[in-house]
Design a binder for this molecule. Structure first.
Ligand SMILES: Cc1cc2nc3c(=O)[nH]c(=O)nc-3n(C[C@H](O)[C@H](O)[C@H](O)COP(=O)(O)OP(=O)(O)OC[C@H]3O[C@@H](n4cnc5c(N)ncnc54)[C@H](O)[C@@H]3O)c2cc1C
Length: 406
C-alpha cells in the first residue's frame, strides 16, 4: 500500500520532477549506496569504476547539480521553486543519505564562487554547471583535527581559532595546516571552499573563506576514512604546506565582519539541507518496516496484525510526519525570507536526525533478527542516521549556538 502523502497542491511540473528524482533514487542511488556500503576498504569506494562515479555522472546528466547556480553561469537556480528543491532533497535522502551529502558537497565551492564577480570565480562556477561527466568535485573543508565544536562555539576566543593559517604576502596568501579526515569528498575533491585563520588573535572571528582548486602546489590529501555510517560518502584530510593562494580566491576576510553578522545565515544553510535529507531517511526506514510487517508471518498471521507492531508502526509514522512537517515549514520560510531563521534550521536538523535514528532503530525491532542482518536495508539506515547526529556539527553544540537566536 502506498504511503498516504498529504496533498501539498503540487503542480504538474513538481509531480513530474518528483517522479524523475524518485526514479533516479530507486534505480541509481539506492542500489549504488548499498553496494558502496558493503565495500570493506573505503579506498574501493573512490576507485575508478566504483558505482560512486556513475551516481555522480548520472546526477549531472539530469542537470540537478545546476540547481544551486544562477542562470548567469549556466545554472537553473531561478527556475527552482522552494518546494521543488525540498522534493529533490527529501527524495535523495530517502534513497541514500551518504550519497546525498556527497552530491551536495560536490557543488558547494562552485555555488559560493558564483556569488563573487571575479572572472576566475565566475569561470569556476560555469565549468561546474557545464560538467556532465562528473570531473569537477567540490568539498567544504572546515573541521580540523583540533577544532570541531569550536567552529560553532569558539567565538572570539583565541584558543579556539583555526589552526590552518593564512598570511598575506603581496598578492598571495601563504597557507599552512591541516583539515580533518571528516571533510566530505575530501579524498576526491578537485575544488574546495575552505575556512582559514587570518587573524589568530580574534579566534573564529578572525577566519577567512577561500575558494580554491585543489591542484595548487603544496596541497596533499589523506587516505579515505573508515567509519560506521554513510560509508558511500568518502571523507579525508587535506594538508596545506606553503600553499600560495591568489588573493582573489580569498573571498571573505575578517574585516568584512561576516562571521559577526551572518551567524544565522550560516546556521540556516547546511542545517536546512541536513534536516530535509534525514526527514527523507526517516520515511525510508518507516516504509521498509511497514512493508516487512505486512509480509512477515508469525503466529500464523502477518506481524502487522499484532497490536504491538501496529502501535510501533503508528508511532514511527507520527514521528516521520512530524519531521517532514517541521522541515517543510522551515525550508519554505528560509527559502523566501531574509534573514532566514537559523534557530528553526538547527531545530529541524536536530529533530530530523534524531527522528531518523529512532525510526531506523524501531525498524530494526520490527524486522527482528533480520533487522540486524546486512542483507536487509534497515541496519544501514540506522548507521547512516547515527552519523548525522554529529555531521555538520554535533547536535548539542549546534543547539548551543542556535539558542541565542530564540
Ligand atoms: C558524516 C560526517 C560528515 C562530515 N562532513 C564534513 C565536511 O564536509 N566538512 C567538514 O569540515 N567537516 C565535516 N564533518 C565534521 C563534523 O562537522 C565534526 O565532526 C563536528 O563538527 C564535531 O567535531 P568533532 O568531531 O571534532 O567533535 P568535538 O568538537 O571534539 O566534540 C566532541 C564532544 O564534545 C562536545 N563539545 C565540543 N565542543 C564543545 C563546547 N565548546 N561546549 C560544550 N560541548 C562541546 C560535542 O558536543 C561532542 O559531544 C563531518 C562529520 C561527519 C560525521
Amino acid at each position: 500500500m502506498a504511503y498516504r502523502d498529504l496533498d501539498f497542491n503540487l503542480t504538474d511540473e513538481q509531480k513530474a520532477l518528483r517522479e524523475t528524482i524518485r526514479k533516479f533514487g530507486a534505480e541509481v542511488m539506492r542500489p549504488a549506496g548499498e553496494k558502496l556500503d558493503k565495500l570493506a576498504d573505503p579506498k574501493d569506494v573512490i576507485a575508478k569504476g566504483s558505482p560512486l562515479w556513475e551516481v555522480i555522472r548520472k546526477f549531472r546528466e539530469l542537470g540537478f547539480h545546476r540547481r544551486s547556480l544562477p542562470k548567469a553561469v549556466g545554472g537553473m537556480q531561478e527556475d527552482m521553486d522552494p518546494m521543488s528543491n525540498l522534493i529533490i532533497g527529501e527524495e535523495m535522502g530517502y534513497a541514500d543519505a551518504g550519497l546525498t551529502i556527497s552530491l551536495g558537497a560536490c557543488g558547494m565551492p562552485f555555488a559560493y564562487a558564483a556569488l563573487f564577480p571575479h572572472p576566475k570565480l565566475q569561470e569556476m562556477a560555469r565549468a561546474y554547471a557545464e560538467d556532465t561527466k562528473g570531473e569537477l568535485v567540490g568539498c567544504w573543508a572546515i573541521t580540523e583535527p583540533d577544532h570541531g565544536g569550536d567552529w560553532s562555539l569558539g567565538g572570539d576566543n583565541p584558543k579556539c581559532g583555526p589552526s590552518v593559517r593564512g598570511v598575506l604576502k603581496g598578492d598571495e596568501y601563504i597557507v599552512n595546516g591541516q583539515k580533518a579526515a571528516w571533510v566530505s569528498n575530501g579524498t576526491i575533491a578537485t575544488h574546495a571552499v575552505f575556512h582559514v585563520g587570518l587573524q589568530p588573535e580574534k579566534g573564529m572571528m578572525g577566519q577567512g573563506l577561500a575558494i580554491i582548486p585543489l591542484d595548487l602546489p603544496g596541497i596533499t590529501k589523506g587516505k579515505p576514512l573508515d567509519k560506521i555510517g554513510q560509508r558511500p560518502l568518502n571523507q579525508g584530510e587535506i594538508f596545506f604546506e606553503e600553499v600560495k593562494i591568489p588573493r582573489e580566491y580569498m573571498v571573505v576576510t575578517p574585516d568584512l565582519g561576516v562571521m559577526e553578522s551572518m551567524g544565522e545565515f550560516i546556521l540556516a544553510g547546511a542545517n536546512g539541507g541536513m534536516a530535509v535529507t534525514f526527514a527523507g531517511l526517516a520515511k525510508a526506514a518507516y516504509d521498509e518496516a511497514f512493508k516487512y510487517a505486512n509480509e512477515r508471518v508469525q503466529g500464523g498471521v502477518p506481524i502487522i496484525q499484532h497490536q504491538n507492531i501496529q502501535l510501533k508502526i503508528f508511532k514511527m509514522f507520527t514521528m516521520v510526519e512530524a519531521a517532514r512537517a517541521t522541515t517543510r515549514r522551515m525550508a519554505l520560510y528560509n527559502a523566501l525570507n531574509q534573514p532566514p531563521s537559523g534557530a528553526h534550521a538547527v531545530a529541524a536538523k536536530c529533530f530530523c536526525t534524531e527522528t531518523a535514528f529512532q525510526v531506523a532503530s524501531e525498524a530494526i525491532q520490527v524486522f527482528g533478527g533480520n533487522g540486524l542482518s546486512r542483507e536487509y536495508p534497515v541496519e544501514k539506515m540506522f548507521r547512516d542516521a547515527r552519523a548525522a547526529m554529529i555531521e555538520d556539527g554535533v547536535n548539542e553544540t549546534l543547539s548551543l549556538a542556535a539558542v541565542q537566536y530564540l
